[in-house]
Design a protein around this ligand. Sequence first.
Ligand SMILES: Nc1ncnc2c1ncn2[C@@H]1O[C@H](COP(=O)(O)OP(=O)(O)OP(=O)(O)O)[C@@H](O)[C@H]1O
Length: 608
Amino acid sequence: MKNRKAEIHENALKRFQYSTDQVIEKPFNWKQMLRLFSYMKPYRKNLLPLAILMVIINTAVRLIIPILIGVYTLDKALIDGNTGMLTYLVLLIFGLYAASYVANFFRIKWMNQLGQSVIYDLRKHLFTHVQGLSHRFFDQRSAGSILVRIMNDINSLQELFTNGVINLLMDMILLIGIFFILFSLSPELTLAIMVILPIMFFISTSLRRNIRRSWQTVRIKQSKLNSHLNESIQGIRVTQSFTQEKENMAFFDGVNNENYESWRVASQKNAMFRPLVELTNALGTAVLIWFGASLIQGQSISIGVFVSFAFYLGMFWEPISRLGQVYNQLLMGMASSERIFEFLDEKPIVAESEKAIDLKDIKGHIEFENVVFSYDAKRTALKGISLEMKAGQTVALVGHTGSGKTTIANLISRFYDPTDGTVKIDGHNLRDVSLRSLRHQISVVLQDTFIFSGTIIENIRFGNPNATDEQVKKAAEAVGANSFIEKLPNGYETEVEERGNILSVGERQLLSFARALLADPRILILDEATASIDTETEVKIQEALKTLLEGRTAIIIAHRLSTIRESDNIFVLDHGEIIEQGNHQQLMNHKGEYYRLVKAQFNMLNAV
Ligand SMILES: Nc1ncnc2c1ncn2[C@@H]1O[C@H](COP(=O)(O)OP(=O)(O)OP(=O)(O)O)[C@@H](O)[C@H]1O
């Protein structure tokens, strides 16, 4: 039998994985690469050519200097005794070095600017796109996995855009230039020192790949550790109340240990890299000295040529090694860009038609005609619903958990399109109207309301960014939220963290009420909106709602049936079908499902 600790650890590993996000490399794909590089297009007339020019200047200078030192300074000026030329050469070399430093400074500056701009554009594009996607997209993915793509995947492209592309150009010029110069100086010596090429090639491909994979493992382990920590902290209250700290610690220990191990292995391999490189260079130098000396003795080459060779040999490793690195970056870029493009290619399922019209000042008459809807292929959430909600009416939806009440509300806001049938507002099929004009006139208050980080006043103003402070306060007063807001340390200016942890659930609910009312919608949907508010406050809200709902269509979803007695019409749902409809009195007289639900709640209250 497996021991308990190992079992817990195994479960932990299953829990904290971003499945598809684990693939870090993908084969090279030209089409995808071109698409990725199209993000550089806006900079093709300024930053990109400037940076390329700096690369060319810098590389050309670096290629010229060894010849100036070896062939000209040593052979022509010193050995041949041309001292006038010496001063001139020293000044020239100094000037060239200075020019190369200046060019390098601007290359780094402009390339960083270019890389950051591309990353900024790409992230903006991705976020804007994701924000416009339909609810179904978010139903199918965890927030964590979306976050990983917008942050980590885009970050991993940063190096490619900042250095990779330009280094590729620089290294190609350097390598070709060095080969060309070496060959023109001495073909025999060039061939001799090329013995180190296969070793260099091996180090820059195999060994580097091995090291790279180890660092990728580190990234995966870190990502697991992050997600575990995130979940642990979010769920700390549940962990403490079920006294699961020990088990949680075992999870943490397992993931933390894996992270440590992966670092140990990666840094150990990394440590081998530099010494091996230096050893190869030493081998090259040995060949150069041994073979070069015999060539000097046989007067095949001059001392200056020999010295220039030594300089070029020192420069040789750098582009080869960097080309390997750029190739790695390209492979990683392939995997990241594939994941980014997968999101970018995702079309909103609820799409706006090209001929969509703007719904202007609706009255709020809602109709469902034989609406069938399924979230997934297996279950049907609504099975042919036909209903009418007259403009200005307050309508209630009741029924068992999972009977389809929220689904009806979701279809009115067109978060989803019906699988079959039509939803109409003021006679317009929702598929024919623009989403913005529709949603602008609908406010939804949910039980699990979302409070953003910011002040209380900003949170309420979310409903209508143009509202004045006065209007915000009036909305808060109308729903009875001002009494608790004024008791907060800084009143309306009190900062609340994301999700509004410093507020009670009921207080958050009141805020979202104020937010919805400030939006002044024609249609107001309250989905279990008063479930977390005490009865006394609820009575107050009911009073406020009476005047506030005047002239609007209101859809109230509530399990607490006392809150919907006054509704003009009540629809009772069961397994995605409407089984009864009428006002409270009519349904009570009918003595059907509604009657049974009311009785059950009444008995429960009396039993207390
Ligand atoms: N995003 C979703 N993806 C898949 N199925 C869903 C989704 N949301 C709801 N469902 C399913 O659709 C059915 C109807 O759900 P709905 O949320 O409309 O019920 P409800 O009557 O509002 O329930 P409750 O009273 O618990 O809020 C349920 O079987 C539910 O499991």
